[in-house]
Design a protein around this ligand. Sequence first.
Ligand code: MOS
Length: 739
Amino acid sequence: MKFDTPATTNPIDQLKVVGKPLDRIDGKFKTTGTAPYAYERHDVAPNQAYGFVVGAGIAKGRITAMHIDEAKRAPGVLAIVTTLDMPRLGRGTMNAAYLFGGAEVQHYHQATAVVVAETFEQARAASFLIRVDYAPEAGKFDLAKEAPSAEPVASDSGEGSGGGPEDRVGDFEGAFAAAPIKLDETYTTPDESHAAMEPHATVAAWNGDKLTLWTSNQMIAWGRGSVAKILGIPAEKVRLDSPYVGGGFGGKLFVRADAVIAAVAAKAAGRPVKVGLTRPLIANNTTHRPATIQRIRIGAGTDGRITAIAHESTSGNLPDGKPETAVDQTKLIYAGANRLTSLKLAHLDLPEGNAMRAPGEAPGMMALEIAIDEMAEKLGLDPVEFRIRNDTQVDPEKPERPFSHRNLVGCLQLGAERFGWSKRSARPGQARDGKWLVGMGVAAGFRNNLLAESGARVRLDGRGVVTVETDMTDIGTGSYTIIAQTAAEMMGVGIDQVVVRLGDSDFPASAGSGGQWGANNATAGVYAACMKLREAVAQKLGFNSTDIVFADGEVRAGNRSARLAEAASAGDLTAEDKIEYGELAEKQQQSTFAGHFVEVGVDSYTGEVRVRRMLAVCAAGRILNPKSARSQVIGAMTMGVGGALMEDLAVDTRRGFFVNHDLAAYEVPVHADIPHQEVIFLDETDAMSSPMKAKGVGELGLCGVGAAVANAVYNATGIRIRDYPITLDKLIGQLPEAA
Ligand code: MOS
């Protein structure tokens, strides 16, 4: 189905099932331990052996020898494959570092060997007996030091943000020089780890020349293609299966070492092999969100209108890696005639930087929305009012291009009202609650909505059960449920009459889970397949009317009705289709908007920051399931608190690795860190996005939160921290004299 004209009224608009806050249909499996994750797929292949991955102990250089004889003799060992046993394997989609093969070491903990044994403990114990000789080389590990040599680059995050090395509109320098009120500040964000609950893991089995990987992956079709490319085998010979994923956040957009090494190890051992990356390997073997240095300049008139805005970001990566596209939202979010955005990339020999939840906008908004708060203060304007005054309904770089639907103003206004913003003191450091200095902060939220082709297959059986199959993944987001809701709405059955099967590359290729595009596109693909199934049903039952209605397990037209199941009485009816998009997204800019409000308390003695209240008001098209969407947003808000206050991969700039490579030292928020969170969705639809009229929301919940926390800390203390995370050591020396 080609979607190239705006959606009109369609069966989804009935909203009998779609739009309802239904419990997740996989919830009972998750809470009873019956939703197996990749490492727990004990039953999919017999006689599984365990592979333990060894990571390089240097950050850059070559391996000159690997001594494995002692390890080979260790109890239970079945096989050892080292990276010297094969030339460097190919590279998959959108990755910079190689996953295995060859003597070159590109980054710390790059995989050097896998030990296969009867048990995990035997494999691990034997791995400690391997000795490696290295010829280390000097590497570059310090972004601040390398930033002056960074080169301008054009880039694309692969998740809808990007731009040229330098994009200009008007005369930024002239307008900035002439502006009566201006800001010129630099903000930094650290390297961050996805730190998903479920580590990367794969069970691999060969059947002749056919490879099956039971793995944990967000993007099945990409993964299948990448495995084929890396191993040099045809894609038809590769099957990926990933029905449950315990979090990905971008770290599982691509196949990683676990998948490739499990395949290699299974071949060597001649039996199925299971490989999980240990927690330390998550930080240094897989990808991470790159640190940024962002310079922002804003000029405004005394009327509070922005006349000049510049956002320039520098980040680092391995050769062939991309920059963090932190300036993208600045192209679109505020008005202003004179504009400059630029991206620079420094060469670093740290592990690969790549997409992490809302790549680009997450760190970009952390900087921009502090800058906006600072500007509002310089102008003597309320920060909510300053944002509203600089709203735009058109793409500021291309004013002939409107937004498809934009209600940032509504988010900010409703949020201010609900949060009690009028009680905030504009002067910082005024509110106290015992030893706590209390402050409120606001930030806008912004993230683009992306359209991507997505396919599905639906089948009706003689009991009236509708089965949906698509390689779409559920990474904890609720895909199973919204897909079931879509099929139920389309076919006029209850959600208990729908079976959803996901994550298998044998199913039609979907948009996958990334860039907050999963919900809208995957359900639109199911919509397309269901439209075809409705036609097949109508034909089978001899209905040729155009006013056919599917409801209550029946098919009705005029005064005729029949049971839906009857259409499949002589055999299952199957339909397959995909949603494909025309030019709508080029003609109008599709984005999602939020107002993020945060109240913090800062301990006046220690500088400890505690979040007290959070509110997000989101404008993101139709909300397919308010319960699962809310869960996405509160999870993202939690991640935003982590980014603001805790998360920081500490770089050892001498040895070139992330030191705090476990969850004891890489701090993320836990329940005790997160207070009351409220989420409000504006009641809206976007007819440009798909027949579902929905947009992404999962990453919107993150973009801006960090800055709202930072702005609240400023409002509480009068201390402006521009260097994330805002830890107490950065506050304590400047705290007002303790009472
Ligand atoms: Mo992308 S960082 O997986 O949404």
